[in-house]
Design a protein around this ligand. Structure first.
Ligand code: CP
Length: 326
């Protein structure tokens, strides 16, 4: 994809919308990580605020449930000093039949500057970005099975914090890859950042056909797939997106693919364990691993604030890692 024709970038290759990792150059991903690094101290300050987005209005539009993404986007916007509007979808006029575009037109009429969108339909954030006026940026906070780009970038930030370089790393993504927007965005981010190897591990029913065309190696056995990996990313079974019988039972899934201390021993002793959340203990991960010394699951949540601050400030054209606030 030509960068000029990439809806996400301006003519001078700066972030305008953040909809998917696919098609973004490595330089943009590195700029997000470097900018997030400069924001990571804000949470430790007595006054957890910087004035970078003062006077901007950010609207959170969550048409699907969320705990981590919604709250960390809200905190990130507030730490950038923006005004934040959380539209309560259940109590909004969409329940009276108002179309998505009409809802957006009304929010635009309130001089909003950014929409942060989560939606159950793949492509919803692209659709909104295509119809948004020029001054509004759209950030995808997860759309159907398609993409969750800020989750992928906070995971890359967490990995970079633990390992100095992406190039030598072997990363395994385990579980329900078929229904996972996180897995898709992570595969694009990891391959763009140039890790040594990306593996996906899971039962045949939960690994999409042709996924090897994205540059990943497929395994159906934990002992083989976890051998010598540096990073293990565990995915939840996305039962809300399963329309048929993909598994004999959760107990059998846990027996074969649930991450226990015994299975984690196949990975390097220095390996970190990640999970985007929400976690289902005893289904895809054992509590001894989720709460164990190799788990960085709660670090991921903390890092999500700095990464979302970076993405929002860059999309508003207000910050670069090299140049600081503009
Ligand atoms: N990781 C993630 O997207 O979690 P939430 O659904 O709680 O936002």
């Amino acid at each position: 994809m030509s960068y000029r024709h990439n809806l996400q970038l301006t003519a001078d290759k700066k972030l305008r919308h953040f909809l998917t990792i696919q098609g973004l150059p490595r330089a943009v991903l590195c700029e997000i990580l470097d900018t997030a690094e400069t924001f990571s101290h804000v949470g430790q300050q007595a006054v957890k605020k910087v004035p970078i987005l003062r006077g901007k209005t950010i609207v959170n539009l969550f048409f699907e449930t969320s705990t981590r993404t919604r709250t960390t986007f809200e905190l990130a916007a507030k730490r950038l000093s923006a005004d934040v509007l959380n539209l309560n979808i259940a109590a909004s006029a969409t329940s009276k039949g108002e179309s998505l575009l009409d809802t957006l037109r009304n929010l635009e009429a309130m001089q909003s500057d950014m929409f942060v969108v989560r939606h159950a339909q793949s492509g919803a954030a692209h659709f909104i970005a295509k119809h948004a006026p020029k001054h509004i940026s759209v950030i995808n906070a997860g759309d159907g099975q398609h993409a969750h780009p800020t989750q992928a970038m906070l995971d890359m930030f967490t990995i970079r914090r633990h390992f100095s370089d992406f190039y030598p790393l072997k990363v395994a993504i385990v579980g329900d890859v078929l229904h996972s927007r996180v897995a898709r965005s992570e595969i694009h981010a990891l391959t763009t950042l140039g890790v040594n190897e990306v593996r996906v591990i899971g039962p045949k029913t939960l690994i999409p056909t042709g996924i090897d065309s994205l540059g990943v190696h497929v395994f159906h056995n934990m002992e083989e797939g976890l051998q010598d990996v540096d990073v293990v990313i565990i995915l939840r079974l996305q039962k809300e997106r399963m329309t048929g019988a993909f598994l004999p039972s959760e107990q059998e899934y846990f027996h074969s693919y649930g991450l226990t201390s015994e299975k984690l021993n196949y990975a390097k002793p220095t390996a970190i364990v990640m999970h985007p959340g929400p976690i289902n203990r005893g289904v895809e991960i054992d509590s001894s691993v989720a709460d164990g010394s190799q788990s960085v699951i709660l670090e991921q949540v903390t890092n999500g604030i700095a990464v979302r601050m970076a993405v929002m400030s860059m999309a508003m054209g207000q910050y670069t890692a090299a140049g600081g606030a503009v």
